[in-house]
Design a protein around this ligand. Structure first.
Ligand SMILES: [Zn+2]
Length: 188
């Protein structure tokens, strides 16, 4: 069974309250580009991640607003920023006991939790049924090619707001030599 693979670059999710602090009450989060998951979009806003004398500029803010703000970066980013302790590898939304980072917007800087996103598969209820997958199940997906690799410990996340896609971060994509649109094979 073929699984579409998408590489997630570092990005930020914001609560409406944190957005207002960073950009001001009169600003709007304007969609620039739709993402594969229904309703999700890359916005016109970016922030800078700062840690002492290290910074990463132009980090994209995704929409829509979420209940809690979070940053998702790669381990390479975390080493570059010299974060200590290192952010934890967690599923999106699980923000307990992870490192906080400073992000800088047009109006101010705030601290938000930062994670390294755990690799995960999005699937709608129908797709999950077809693939015989259960929510939170762990699966493996093989990627072929010159850097062929099998990713294990992929968490299945099922919702009718989702569409089938394996999400990896840039470190994982690079490790498998993935450029642009790729598919993997679900291993059962
Ligand atoms: Zn995802």
């Amino acid at each position: 069974m073929k699984i579409p693979i998408e590489i997630s670059a570092r990005h930020i999710h914001l609560s409406e309250k944190d957005f207002e602090k960073l950009f001001g009450k009169n600003e709007k989060l304007i969609p620039l580009r739709k993402l594969s998951q229904p309703g999700e979009f890359a916005s016109d806003k970016t922030v800078e991640i700062v840690n002492r004398n290290k910074k990463i500029a132009n980090v994209r803010v995704l929409g829509p607003f979420r209940k809690n703000s979070q940053a998702e970066i790669s381990l390479t980013d975390a080493y570059f920023l010299k974060l200590s302790p290192m952010p934890k590898i967690k599923v999106s939304g699980d923000l307990a006991n992870t490192t906080k980072i400073i992000i800088k917007g047009e109006k101010s800087s705030i601290q938000i939790p930062c994670i390294i996103a755990k690799r995960h598969l999005h699937a709608s209820i129908k797709e999950a049924r077809q693939l015989k997958l259960k929510n939170n199940q762990k699966i493996s997906v093989e990627v072929e090619g010159i850097r062929g690799i099998t990713f294990h410990e992929i968490v299945v996340r099922i919702s009718d707001n989702y569409r089938l896609a394996l999400h990896l971060d840039t470190d994982e994509g690079n490790s498998a030599g993935i450029f642009g649109k790729t598919e993997g094979t679900l291993e059962l």
